[in-house]
Design a protein around this ligand. Structure first.
Ligand code: ZN
Length: 245
C-alpha cells in the first residue's frame, strides 16, 4: 500500500498545546520513520486562563500561534496550520462548513492515518475537543465519498482514524468517559521532548508547573482507539499506528 509514496499522518486539534501531551509521542515516532506529519489546529487559544503578558485576546492569539509553531518544530512536524475559529466556541460553529474545510485538507494532504480527540473531549472534557472529534470523524468519512463536496477535490480514503484516549484521570478534576484503547504506544524514548514542546508554550507554563510531576509519571505511553478503517475486523490490540500500512 505504501510503496508508491511515503506514509502521511494528519493530527487535528483544537488549541495550541493540544499537540504536545495528547499526540506528541505519536508525531515524533512517525517523523523518526520518515512519515510526513501535519497538525491542523482549529483555534489560536485566545480564551485561555493563562495569558502570559498578553493585554488583549488578539495579542494572546498571536503569541499562541508563535508558540504552536515552535512546539511543532520540536515535535518534527512537517506542516502545521492554525485556523481562525474562535476558542471555546466550536460547539456553535457551522458543522457542515467545519467538516468541509477538513474534507478539503484531507483530500489535499491525503493522509494514511488521522489522529484526533475522542468524543469524550479528552482529559479535560473540553467541548472544543468533542467538536473537533465530531468534525474530523465526519470529514474522514465524507472525504472518501464522491457524493460529498464534489467540488473539493478527488476523493481520498484514510486507512485509519484514531482517537486519543487515556488510562488515567487527573486528580481533583472531572473525569471524562474515555473509549477503550486499541493501541498502546511506547513513547519513552521521545517523552522528554514532549516537555520541551510544552515549554515552547510559554504563556501556558503555569499549567505545566501544576501538572509536570503528574505528567512525568505518565508521559512514556500514549493510548489510541481505532475508530474507522476500510477493512472490517474485530478490535485487536496493537503497539504501532502504522502496522501493515
Ligand atoms: Zn485543548
Amino acid at each position: 500500500m505504501s510503496d508508491k509514496s511515503p506514509l502521511k499522518l494528519l493530527c487535528v486539534t483544537a488549541h495550541p498545546d493540544d499537540e504536545c501531551f495528547g499526540f506528541g509521542g505519536a508525531l515524533m515516532l512517525a517523523a523518526e520513520r520518515g512519515i510526513e506529519t501535519s497538525v491542523l489546529c482549529f483555534t489560536d487559544g485566545q480564551a485561555a486562563t493563562n495569558r502570559g503578558a498578553a493585554a488583549t485576546h488578539a495579542e494572546l492569539g498571536q503569541m499562541r500561534r508563535a508558540e504552536f509553531a515552535a512546539s511543532c518544530r520540536i515535535l518534527d512536524v512537517t506542516h502545521h496550520e492554525v485556523l481562525d475559529y474562535q476558542d471555546a466556541q466550536l460547539e456553535f460553529a457551522n458543522f457542515s462548513q467545519a467538516a468541509a474545510l477538513l474534507v478539503e485538507r484531507i483530500r489535499r494532504i491525503r493522509p494514511d492515518v488521522v489522529l484526533t480527540f475522542g468524543s469524550d473531549g479528552g482529559q479535560n472534557t473540553h467541548a472544543d475537543h468533542t467538536m473537533v472529534s465530531a468534525f474530523t470523524t465526519a470529514a474522514v468519512h465524507w472525504a472518501a465519498q464522491a457524493k460529498r463536496f464534489p467540488a473539493l477535490g478527488p476523493i481520498h480514503t484514510v486507512q485509519r482514524l484514531f482517537y486519543t484516549t487515556t488510562d488515567f484521570f487527573f486528580p481533583g478534576r472531572p473525569s471524562p468517559l474515555p473509549a477503550p484503547w486499541t493501541v498502546t504506544l511506547d513513547v519513552a524514548r521521545v517523552q522528554h521532548r514532549k516537555f520541551e514542546a510544552f515549554r515552547a508554550h510559554t504563556s501556558q507554563l503555569p499549567l505545566m508547573e501544576r501538572f509536570q510531576s503528574f505528567f512525568e509519571q505518565r508521559a512514556s505511553r500514549e493510548h489510541y482507539t481505532l475508530a474507522a478503517t476500510p477493512h472490517p475486523q474485530a478490535a485487536a490490540h496493537a503497539t504501532d499506528l502504522f502496522a501493515g500500512l
